[in-house]
Ligand binder design. Structure first.
Ligand code: UT7
Length: 332
């Protein structure tokens, strides 16, 4: 028996129907399409408008898409992980609800909160459970309803974020495909620059906290940008170096979609041209935990068995890192 590795064997996705364009944002805040496009690469983003629907609504749809494509019985799933910064509620696990709704009745489930790195860190978590040999099917979902924590009067954040969900199934592989290496880091000093301060245990909701808009995301964009550029590029370069990968060996960079300029900087550092960089920021904006699986879903048909993929992400916390994975299937 070969060494057990954790491979992605299926992906799925869901984005809400409602498209919020840059032009629409011009009516809400003092901004313009040209500024947003040149500074971020974003043209439009999706917003979940359904009454009473939270992050689980999108996570369930992404999971159902995957289950249908892979043709599995949800009862075969051993573990459901939901990476998110916007859980349905505090305390009760969003993942537990998602697992029940999709019929994964033999699974245990928990949420994973690492802001924009949730899916990346979730990949490491999913792989660990598979590599233990005890679990055969781990469903990892990245889902965020960022519109639920955005102040649509704040032009520094409302232009960036969108809603969406993506899912990936991890299964054991004995051909040497799947997860190869990871470099994951965090720095808690970063929470001064990107966070939502209200509603947690330090600052429970009060009239004052609502009045002061502390239940919305706050970002010091310039500082976060600086850390994101250097840490994402450094992490990807580290992964390349310690696996002796040159730019010719890499089929695809799968980068977190926060800002096209951050993605370009990471690709340049890796010596990659545009053709090998996955990008969909123009149509979804920054969907936080959902960016990486949404990319996999959009590019699935172009991926070939054995392709070397390098993932890279940076997010609140701060949290960041890079993962090297060999793609395990040709899509039908
Ligand atoms: O995913 C989690 C991690 N997050 C990130 O990686 C995001 C990192 N940060 C960024 O992507 C960028 O910093 C932003 C897109 C948020 C902002 O771009 P920037 O090039 O860093 O702009 P800036 O904050 O330096 O602002 C430049 C100017 C300012 O005006 P003054 O002071 O030069 O007069 C801003 O007030 O642009 C102004 N500005 C805007 N103008 C039009 C800020 N937001 C807007 C806007 N429309 N929406």
């Amino acid at each position: 028996m070969g060494k057990l590795s954790a491979a992605i064997t299926a992906v799925g996705a869901y984005v809400p129907e409602f498209v919020m364009t840059n032009k629409m944002l011009e009516d809400l805040v003092d901004t313009n399409d040209e500024w947003i496009t040149t500074r971020t690469g974003i043209k439009e983003r999706r917003i979940l408008k359904e009454e009473g629907a939270g992050t689980s609504y999108m996570a369930i749809k992404a999971a159902e898409d995957l289950i249908k494509k892979r043709g599995i019985d949800p009862k075969e799933i051993d573990l459901v992980l939901v990476g998110t910064a916007t859980p349905d509620t505090l305390v009760a696990s969003t993942a537990a609800f998602v697992a029940s709704e999709i019929g994964a009745t033999n699974a245990f489930a928990f949420d994973l909160l690492a802001a924009c790195s949730s899916f990346l860190f979730g990949m490491s978590t999913a792989a660990g459970f598979i590599e233990s040999g005890k679990y055969k099917k781990v469903l990892l979902i990245g889902a965020d309803k960022m519109s639920s924590i955005i102040d649509y009067k704040d032009r520094t954040t409302c232009i960036i974020f969108g809603d969406g969900a993506g899912a990936a199934l991890f299964e054991p592989n004995e051909e040497g495909l799947g997860m190869q290496d990871e470099y994951l880091r965090s720095d808690g000093n970063g929470r001064a620059y990107l966070s939502m301060n209200g509603g947690g245990s330090i600052m429970p909701a009060t009239e004052e906290s609502v009045k002061n808009k502390q239940h919305y995301i706050f970002q010091d964009g310039k500082t976060v940008f600086k850390f994101a550029v250097s840490n994402m590029a450094d992490a990807a370069a580290e992964i390349m170096e310690r696996n002796s990968l040159t730019h010719d060996d890499i089929a695809w960079l799968v980068p977190h979609q926060a800002n096209k300029r951050i993605i370009d900087a990471t690709a340049n550092r890796m010596g990659l041209d545009h053709d090998s960089v996955m990008m969909n920021i123009q149509k979804y904006g920054n969907t936080t935990s959902a960016t990486l699986p949404l990319l996999l879903n959009d590019y699935e048909k172009q991926l070939k068995k054995g392709d070397n993929l390098v993932f890279a992400a940076f997010g609140g916390g701060f949290t960041w890192g890079s993962i090297y994975l060999k793609w395990a299937y040709n899509s039908k």
